[in-house]
Design a protein around this ligand. Structure first.
Ligand SMILES: Cc1ncc(C[n+]2csc(CCOP(=O)(O)OP(=O)(O)O)c2C)c(N)n1
Length: 328
C-alpha cells in the first residue's frame, strides 16, 4: 500500500467495506431466517472472517474459478454472486442459484465462476485443481482460487491437491482461511509441525502468511501471489489467520471457549478495523453508515423475495441431480 495514492486507498477501502458488510449482513439475515424456521438444513456463518474473501477476490476476474467450503457465503458474495438468488437458495426455493437443491452448504453459481460450497472438508481442493487443469487443457487463462479451513490441511486432499498443482505448474491460489477452530476443536490441538505455510513450502508451493483481519494486507499478499500465478510461475499459497466470532453452526453455542476470548477477538473485528482506518483517512461516519444501511436493505429485500418465491415441485425432485434412486 506504500505507493498507493491517498484517494486510491480510500476508494479501494470503501469497495472492501461494501463487500465485507454485504457478507456480514447476508449472514446476519440468514441467521434470522434459520431462527424463524424459514431456512432448512444447517448454516455455517463466517462472521469475523470477511476480510479474507474480500481481499482475495478483489484480485480475481469474473472468469476465474473459486472453490469453497461449508462456510461459503462470503466466497460467493465476494466473487460476485447475486444475493437474491443466494438467499432463495438458502430458503430452498426454485429461484435459488441451484434451484433450491444445494442450500447453504452446497451453494454454487457457475455464472460467476463459483464452483460450489462443499460439505466435505477439503473437498474443494480437488475441484479447484481440476478446474485449473481443465482451463489449461482448454487454453483458457483463468486461474482457480481455493478457500479451505485450518482443519482441511490435515486431510488427504490437501497433500494431493498441492502436489498435483505443483507438479503440473497449475494456476491455483490456495487460501487457508484459518479461523482458529476446526468445528469444536482448536486446530492447533490437532495439527502437527510448523503449520500450513511450512507444509505448502515443503511441497514446493510459494507461500505467504498474512493477518487475515487486515483486508489490505490480504489483498496485497494475494495480489503478489496472483501476479506470479498469472505469469505462469505455478501455484501459490496464502495463510490468513482470523477468528470465527460465531459458533461453528448457527446452533453451536461454542462452550469450548470463554466469553473473554471472544471479546478479545472482537477487538480485531475486520469490519471495525477497516472502518477505523477509513475514518483516520478522513472518511465521514455517515458515509460508512450508508454502506451498512444499503446492505441491510438489500438483504431485507432478498429475504422478502425468498419468502415469496415458489418451492420446487415434487415432479422436479429428480431434475438436475444424479439419477440415483430415481423412479423409472
Ligand atoms: C471429510 C470430512 N470429515 C469431517 C467432517 C465434519 N466436519 C464438518 S466441519 C468440520 C471442521 C472443519 O474445520 P475447518 O476446515 O477448519 O473449517 P471451519 O469449520 O473451521 O470453517 C468437520 C470436521 C466433514 N464435513 N468432512
Amino acid at each position: 500500500m506504500g505507493e498507493m495514492k491517498a484517494a486510491d486507498r480510500v476508494t479501494l477501502g470503501l469497495a472492501f467495506l461494501r463487500t465485507m458488510v454485504r457478507i456480514r449482513e447476508f449472514e446476519m439475515h440468514a441467521r434470522i431466517g434459520y431462527d424463524r424456521g424459514e431456512i432448512p438444513g444447517v448454516v455455517h456463518l463466517s462472521i469475523g472472517q470477511e476480510a479474507v474473501p474480500a481481499g482475495v477476490c478483489a484480485n480475481l476476474r469474473r472468469d476465474d474459478y473459486v472453490a469453497s467450503t461449508h462456510r461459503g457465503h462470503g466466497h460467493c458474495i465476494a466473487k460476485g454472486a447475486d444475493v437474491t438468488a443466494m438467499m432463495a437458495e438458502l430458503f430452498g426455493k426454485t429461484t435459488g442459484t441451484c434451484k433450491g437443491k444445494g442450500g447453504s452448504m452446497h451453494i454454487a453459481d457457475f455464472s460467476v465462476g463459483m464452483l460450489g460450497a462443499n460439505g466435505v472438508v477439503g473437498g474443494g481442493i480437488g475441484i479447484a485443481v481440476g478446474a485449473a487443469q481443465a482451463a489449461r487443457l482448454l487454453h483458457k487463462d483463468a486461474i482457480s482460487a481455493c478457500f479451505f479451513g485450518d482443519g482441511a490441511v490435515n486431510r488427504g486432499p490437501f497433500l494431493e491437491g498441492l502436489n498435483w498443482a505443483a507438479v503440473f505448474n497449475l494456476p491455483v491460489l490456495f487460501i487457508c482461511e484459518d479461523n482458529t477452530f476446526s468445528a469444536f476443536t482448536r486446530a492447533s490441538d490437532t495439527t502437527a509441525g510448523k503449520g500450513p505455510t511450512a507444509r505448502a513450502e515443503a511441497i514446493g508451493v510459494r507461500a505467504l502468511s498474512v493477518d487475515g483481519n487486515n483486508v489490505f494486507a490480504v489483498y496485497e499478499a494475494a495480489r503478489e501471489l496472483v501476479e506470479g500465478i498469472r505469469a505462469g510461475h505455478g501455484p501459490g499459497f496464502l495463510h490468513a489467520p482470523t477468528y470465527r466470532l460465531d459458533g461453528h453452526t448457527v446452533f453451536d453455542k461454542a462452550p469450548y471457549r470463554s466469553n473473554e476470548e471472544v471479546e478479545y477477538h472482537r477487538g480485531d473485528d475486520p469490519v471495525a478495523l477497516l472502518e477505523s482506518r477509513l475514518h483516520a483517512w478522513g472518511v465521514d461516519g455517515t458515509q460508512l453508515d450508508a454502506i451498512h444501511i444499503e446492505a441491510r436493505e438489500e438483504m431485507v429485500r432478498a429475504m422478502e423475495a425468498a419468502r415469496k418465491a415458489p418451492s420446487p415441485s415434487e415432479a422436479d425432485a429428480f431434475a438436475d441431480v444424479q439419477l440415483i434412486g430415481a423412479p423409472r
